[in-house]
Design a protein around this ligand. Structure first.
Ligand code: FAD
Length: 287
């Protein structure tokens, strides 16, 4: 449980952090809250010889609400959960924070760290997919924006290049006729999602115009549920159509089993939690 020796740098700007990433290349790892990286280093699953700590970069922290909801990658769960304006603009995000880990985890863990780590049981990836968030990245070659839909490529793997820093995450705010919810079956020890489902709905009168559903915890990465989404879109968004669409959630998805929850159980829970998340999102959309 003792990590390999490493050099430690604490830059105060993104430019300086990028310069260090360029200088050390594959030997370096970025440090955010450390809640995933440090256990991996102690178990020697990761053995960087250089740590570049992002905690002194003030520009990476905070929430701004101008048109979209922009959250700095180094903003902790606790800061997100306590932001009063965010509770109005994107209540689903504030509510999700309350489901994450415990007080210690929420005080150290960051939104950017969670997304860059892409744990298959993390909550935020499903939420970014359902809310069509964009991820803003600075690299040695310049800046780029990655749609959440293109970001999670495999288990613990994202579209980020090794010399890139995730700097901010932007969410479109919810307006009238829109609703979103995230609900999960938490693991009793860690609170990570055994199964978690994020749902977003936009209504046009009584009809569902846009529907996005994303599942986490069940497979190797968070995934949209196109079959269930298509079944709901264009329909009346009543209890019957939600129940019918929910039966299609998890179809065509590779669902994993482990000692805690079998593949069969997870598959059933995907449908149960899809129904619950859609029902909650619909209630919010209807005001
Ligand atoms: C006991 C426990 C319970 C937890 N429960 C939950 C839960 O219920 N739900 C949930 O979703 N999560 C849970 N987590 C995860 C936690 O909330 C953190 O989000 C997660 O550990 C990663 O965030 P971090 O800031 O600690 O990142 P770190 O551990 O510092 O970094 C993780 C990885 O991301 C990279 N990285 C970090 N920041 C950036 C960046 N800005 N740009 C590019 N790469 C970056 C690092 O190099 C590293 O590879 C739990 C963690 C623990 C320890």
């Amino acid at each position: 449980m003792i990590p390999r020796p490493f050099a430690y740098h604490a830059p105060t700007s993104v430019a300086e952090a990028l310069r260090l990433l360029g200088a050390y290349g594959d030997e370096a790892k970025l440090l955010a809250g450390g809640h995933s990286l440090l256990p991996a280093m102690k178990l020697r699953l990761a053995a960087p010889s250089v740590l570049i700590d992002l905690n002194q970069i003030a520009a990476l922290r905070g929430v701004t609400l101008h048109g979209s909801v922009a959250i700095g990658s180094m903003t902790t769960w606790a800061a997100i959960g306590q932001h009063a304006g965010l509770r109005q603009a994107l209540p689903v995000l504030s509510a999700t924070v309350q489901l994450i880990g415990d007080l210690q985890v929420r005080n150290r863990g960051t939104l950017g760290g969670a997304l860059a780590h892409a744990d298959p049981a993390a909550d935020a990836p499903a939420l970014t997919l359902a809310l069509a968030a964009t991820l803003h990245v600075h690299g040695l070659q310049g800046t780029r924006t990655i749609a959440a839909a293109d970001f999670f490529t495999d288990m613990l793997t994202t579209a980020l290049a090794p010399d890139e820093i995730l700097t901010a995450i932007k969410f479109p705010p919810l307006g009238a006729g829109e609703g979103a919810a995230y609900l999960k079956l938490p693991h009793p020890a860690s609170r990570y999602a055994v199964v978690g489902v994020a749902a977003y709905l936009k209504l046009d009168g009584p009809q569902v115009r846009v529907c996005r559903i994303a599942v986490t915890g069940a497979g190797t990465k968070a995934e949209r549920q196109p079959q269930a989404e298509q079944a709901l879109c264009g329909g009346p968004g009543d209890a019957e159509s939600i129940a019918a669409a929910s039966t299609l959630a998890g179809e065509g998805m590779d669902i994993l089993g482990d000692l805690y929850a079998s593949e069969l159980y997870r598959r059933a829970m995907v449908k149960v939690y899809t129904k619950r998340a859609l029902t909650a999102a619909l209630a919010e959309a209807r005001g």
